[in-house]
Design a protein around this ligand. Structure first.
Ligand code: MCN
Length: 811
C-alpha cells in the first residue's frame, strides 16, 4: 500500500481494503494479455450446464404461447374458428391478426437504398388475410402451460382457400402467380455495383468462362432454437430473447407497441448459437410483448426445432450467372456476376441487402480492372432469407474462387499460379478495387506461401496420381479469399451511404469500482464468440489489471450505453476498439489522479507492471485499486469530477478486410459419389490477434458451417411449397465423425483502421471454405470427365454427375 495517497484515516483504510480485494481476485500479470491464448471465461458455465437461456427464466404467473401456423404455402385465410381452443382447460386467450389492429406498423425492413425501389409488402406478426409460406403464423394461443397451448393450437380451425404456389425463383420472376397479388410482380428490386467496363474487359480477353453457380438454401440450425419471454408490468416492458441484436429489438418494440423507448428493456441471455439467424426483429418477439401487455401477465414462447427449421430466417438461395475473362497469361480482364436472389415470402430486417454485401468484395483479393455485380431479388412462397453464416460474402467468395479454377483449367494454368498473377500486390494498400471499395491492408502472397508450407503440392500430385491407379479419386481445392467485415462506418453503411437505417458505430463504458475491479460494458452483443474473455484482455492491458477482474457485460439494453450489437464480424474491430479507446480514457484519468496524489507531472506517469508509477521511480506508484480509492474519495485534481468511469462511441473510418488461403483435400468414391474430407488446412490473417485460441475456435466453427453447406446441408421445398427438410433427419448437419482435424495457421497483417490493428474472424471459415471443398471435388473428378459441379455435393448428385459423364444416367 502506497503511503503517497491520502493522509491516513478512512481514506487510507478504504484504499488498502480496495487494494487487497483487487489482489485477492488476481494480481496483475506483468505481461501483455492481448495476444495470449487465454481460455474462455464463459466456457465453464456453458459446459457445466450453469448458463441461463431464455427457457431457464421463469417468472411467477407466466403464460405460455403457441402459434397456429399455416400448413399451406399460399392461401387466403377464409375464417379462423378458435372457439374449441378457447374452451379448453387452462387456455386464457386466442388472438389473430385482426386482434392486433393497434400495432404501430408491420415488421421492419431496415434497408432503404438511395435511388432503388424495393418492394416491401406488409409483414405482420400474425397473418392478415393471406399466408405466404408454410409456417406463416395465423393465431396465437395463450394458456397456463406449454402442453395446454400446443394441444389447444391444434383445435383452432382455420379455413384456407389455397392459391397458386411458386417456389422456383426463376419461374417466380416470370410470374404470375404472385406471392403478393397486390404487387403484380414477384420482383423485389434490382441493384448493381459497377466497377470499370466489363464489356470492354471481355473484349480484351483471350479466354472467357461462364458458369451457372447455384448457392442453395441453408438453415441456420443453431444449437438452441429461438425463445422469448416478455413481461409488461406497470407501463414497462422487459423482454428476454435469444437475439444477437437486443438494441434493435428494443427500438422496434418501442415503435410498434408505442411504448416509450426508455421503458423497454431487452436482455439477450445465453443465445445458444446465432450465426445470423438471430440478427432479426422477429414477429414472435413483438407478439409476446403485445400479448403480455394485453393479458398483464408474463408471456413465454420457446421455439421447437421444427418451427426453427420452417420459419426462422434461412440463408443463401442464389442463382448466379458468372462470367470471367482473362488474357492468355492469366491476367483477369473482367468479372461479371448476375445474381438472382430468392428472398422467400417477405423482406425481413436486412433481406434485400444481403446479396449486396457480396458485391462489395466481388473483386476478391485480385486486381481486376472491370467488375460488376447485378442483383435481382425475388419473392417465392418459402420462408424468408436474411443473414446466415457470413451473409452475401460466402456466396461471392464461392463464385470468385470456383470460377477462377474454371478459368485456370480453360487456360491450362495451375490454379495457384492464376491466383498469384492476379493478387493485389502487398505494396498497393490501402487498395481501391474497381468498384471503389478500399481494402485496408493485405498480403495475399504471404498467406498462400504459408499455406504451401503445410501442403507439399509436388508430393500431393504424385500421391494423387498413384491413388488414381488404385481407383481412389483424391482432389485438392484452394480458396484464397478476402472478406469485408467490421461492418460499421456510418458514412458508408448509413442512410448517406448504401442506405441501412442505422448508424454503424459501437459504444463502450468502462467502470472501475471502488476496489479496482472493472466492469466493461459493450454495445456488441456476443453470443458464443468469446467476447467476455477477449474484450477483458483488451481492457486489462490498458488498466494494468488481470483480465479475471474485468467483467464484460453485454446483451442488456439497460446496462451500458446504446449499442449496435453483433453481426458481420464487427464486434472486435468496432466494439473492441470502442472499449480500447474507452479504457485509454480511464487510464488517462487514472494518470492524472496519480500525478495529483504523488505530486508528479502527469506526463511522468506510466503504466508498467500493473502499476501507474512515476517514470524512473518504479516504487512510487499506485495500483488501479488505489487510484479508484482516490477517485471515489474525491482525491482528484482541482476541477476534476470524482469517479473512475468513461463512455465512448466509436465510428471507424473504414471496414476491415481479413483474408486467407485455405486448402481442402477430399476423396470421392466413384461408386457411391460420397465425398470424404480428409484434410483441411486454413491460413487466415485477421490482423493482430487478441486471443489466438478464440480465433482458432472461430475458424474451426466457420469451416464446419461451410463444409456442411458444400456436402450435406440443403433446405428443400417441393413444388407445393411444402418443406421437406424440416428435421435433422432430413437436413444433414456434419458431425465430428465426418470431419478431419483442421490444421490452422495465421499470418499477421495489421489493419490501419483501428488502434488494435485487428480485423474480424468470426465468419472467415464460412466465407472461405465452400469453394475450397467444391474445387477439391472437381479436382478429384476431372479424370472422370467432370469439370464443374454445383453444391450441395451430396453422394446422389456426385454419383449422378459421374454416371452422366460416363454417358449413363442423366444428371
Ligand atoms: N478475435 C481476436 N482477434 C482478432 C479477431 C477476433 O481475438 N484479430 C476474437 C474476438 O475478440 C471475438 C471473436 O474472435 O472474441 C470473434 O470476433 P469478430 O471476428 O469481431 O466477430 P463477431 O464477434 O462480430 O462475430 C462474428 C461472427 C458472427 S457475425 C456470428 S453471428 C457468430 C460468430 O462470428 N456467431 C457465433 N461466431 C460465433 N461463434 C459461436 N460460438 N456462436 C455463434 O453464435
Amino acid at each position: 500500500m502506497s503511503e503517497d495517497i491520502g493522509e491516513g484515516g478512512v481514506a487510507s483504510e478504504i484504499s488498502e481494503l480496495a487494494a487487497e480485494a483487487g489482489e485477492e481476485r488476481g494480481s496483475p500479470s506483468p505481461s501483455n494479455h492481448v495476444g495470449q491464448a487465454l481460455r474462455r471465461k464463459e466456457d465453464p458455465r456453458l459446459i457445466m450446464g450453469l448458463a441461463r437461456y431464455v427457457d431457464d427464466i421463469t417468472l411467477k404467473g407466466t403464460v405460455w404461447a403457441a402459434l397456429v401456423r399455416s400448413p399451406e404455402a399460399h392461401a387466403k385465410v377464409v375464417s379462423i374458428d378458435a372457439s374449441a381452443a378457447r374452451e379448453r382447460l387452462g387456455i386464457y386467450a386466442v388472438f389473430t391478426g385482426d386482434d392486433m389492429a393497434d400495432l404501430g406498423g408491420p415488421l421492419p425492413m431496415a434497408w432503404v437504398p438511395p435511388d432503388v425501389e424495393v418492394k416491401n409488402p406488409e409483414h405482420w406478426p400474425l397473418a392478415r388475410g393471406t399466408v405466404n409460406h408454410v409456417g406463416d403464423p395465423v393465431a396465437v394461443v395463450l394458456g397456463e402451460d406449454r402442453y395446454a397451448v400446443v394441444d389447444a393450437a391444434e383445435d383452432v380451425v382455420v379455413e384456407y382457400e389455397p392459391l397458386e404456389v411458386v417456389t422456383d425463383p426463376e419461374k417466380a420472376l416470370e410470374g404470375p402467380p404472385f406471392v403478393h397479388e397486390e404487387l403484380g410482380t414477384n420482383k423485389v428490386h434490382e441493384w448493381s455495383l459497377p466497377g470499370g467496363d466489363v464489356e470492354a474487359g471481355f473484349a480484351e480477353a483471350d479466354a472467357i468462362v461462364e458458369r451457372r453457380v447455384v448457392n442453395h438454401r441453408i438453415a441456420g440450425a443453431p444449437i438452441e432454437p429461438r425463445g422469448v419471454l416478455a413481461d409488461y408490468r406497470a407501463g414497462e416492458l422487459t423482454l428476454w430473447s435469444a437475439t444477437q441484436v437486443p438494441h434493435f429489438v428494443r427500438l422496434f418494440l418501442s415503435i410498434l407497441l408505442g411504448i416509450s423507448e426508455e421503458k423497454v428493456r431487452v436482455i439477450a441471455p445465453e443465445v445458444g448459437g446465432g450465426f445470423g439467424q438471430k440478427l432479426q426483429v422477429y414477429g414472435e418477439e413483438v407478439l409476446a410483448a403485445w400479448c403480455s401487455r394485453k393479458l398483464e401477465r408474463p408471456v413465454k414462447w420457446i421455439e421447437t426445432r421444427t418451427e426453427n427449421m420452417a420459419v426462422a430466417h434461412q440463408g443463401r438461395d442464389q442463382i448466379a450467372t458468372v462470367r470471367m475473362g482473362a488474357k492468355r497469361d492469366g491476367k483477369i480482364t473482367a468479372f461479371h456476376v448476375k445474381i438472382l436472389a430468392d428472398f422467400g415470402a417477405y423482406n425481413m430486417l436486412l433481406t434485400p441487402l444481403i446479396p449486396s454485401l457480396g458485391a462489395f468484395v466481388m473483386s476478391g483479393c485480385y486486381a481486376i480492372p472491370n467488375v460488376r455485380t447485378d442483383i435481382v431479388g425475388v419473392f417465392t412462397n418459402k420462408a424468408p432469407t436474411d443473414a446466415i453464416r457470413g451473409a452475401g460474402r460466402p456466396e461471392a467468395t464461392h463464385m470468385i474462387e470456383v470460377t477462377l479454377d474454371q478459368l485456370a483449367a480453360e487456360l491450362g494454368m495451375d490454379p495457384l499460379e492464376i491466383r498469384r498473377r492476379n493478387f493485389i500486390p502487398k505494396d498497393s494498400f490501402p487498395a481501391e478495387v474497381a468498384t471503389g471499395v478500399v481494402y485496408d491492408s493485405g498480403d495475399y502472397e504471404k498467406t498462400l506461401d504459408k499455406l504451401l508450407e503445410h501442403v507439399d503440392m509436388d508430393a500431393f500430385r504424385s500421391e494423387q496420381e498413384a491413388l488414381r491407379s488404385e481407383g481412389i479419386y483424391r482432389g485438392i481445392g484452394f480458396s484464397t479469399y478476402t472478406e469485408i467485415c467490421g461492418l460499421a462506418p456510418s458514412r458508408i453503411t448509413g442512410p448517406g451511404g448504401v442506405g441501412v437505417q442505422a448508424g454503424g458505430w459501437e459504444s463502450a463504458l468502462v467502470r472501475v469500482h471502488n476496489t479496482g475491479a472493472v466492469t466493461a460494458y459493450t454495445g456488441s452483443s456476443g453470443h458464443g464468440q468469446g467476447h467476455e474473455t477477449a474484450f477483458a484482455q483488451i481492457v486489462a492491458d490498458r488498466l494494468g489489471v488481470d483480465p479475471e477482474i474485468v467483467e464484460v457485460v453485454h446483451g442488456d439494453t439497460n446496462a451500458g450505453p446504446e449499442g449496435r450489437n453483433t453481426y458481420g464480424s464487427r464486434s472486435l474491430a468496432v466494439g473492441g476498439e470502442a472499449l480500447a479507446r474507452c479504457a485509454n480514457q480511464v487510464a488517462d484519468k487514472a494518470k492524472a489522479i496519480v500525478a495529483h496524489n504523488l505530486e508528479a507531472a502527469v506526463e511522468d506517469i506510466e503504466l508498467a507492471d500493473g502499476k501507474f508509477s512515476v517514470k524512473g521511480s518504479p516504487y512510487k506508484g499506485m495500483t488501479l485499486a488505489e487510484v479508484a480509492g482516490a477517485a471515489y474519495l474525491h482525491m482528484v485534481p482541482e476541477g476534476m469530477d470524482p469517479g473512475l468511469e468513461e463512455t465512448t462511441f466509436h465510428d471507424p473510418h473504414n471496414f476491415v478486410f481479413p483474408f486467407g488461403a485455405h486448402a481442402c483435400v477430399v476423396d470421392v468414391d466413384p461408386d457411391t459419389g460420397k465425398t470424404n474430407v480428409i484434410r483441411y488446412v486454413a491460413v487466415d490473417d485477421c490482423g493482430n490477434a487478441i486471443n489466438p485460441l478464440i480465433i482458432e475456435g472461430q475458424v474451426h466453427g466457420g469451416i464446419v458451417h461451410a463444409i456442411g453447406q458444400a456436402l450435406y446441408e440443403r433446405v428443400s421445398y417441393d413444388e407445393d411449397g411444402q418443406l421437406v427438410t424440416g428435421t435433422f433427419v432430413d437436413y444433414a448437419l456434419p458431425t465430428a465423425a465426418e470431419l478431419p482435424s483442421f490444421e490452422t495457421d495465421r499470418t499477421v497483417t495489421p489493419s490501419p483502421v483501428n488502434s488494435l490493428g485487428a480485423k474480424g474472424v468470426g465468419e472467415a471459415g464460412t466465407i472461405a471454405a465452400s469453394a475450397a471443398v467444391t474445387n477439391a471435388v472437381i479436382d478429384a473428378l476431372r479424370p472422370l470427365g467432370i469439370n464443374y459441379i454445383n453444391m450441395p455435393l451430396t453422394p446422389m448428385r456426385v454419383w449422378e454427375e459421374i454416371q452422366s459423364a460416363k454417358g449413363g444416367v442423366a444428371a
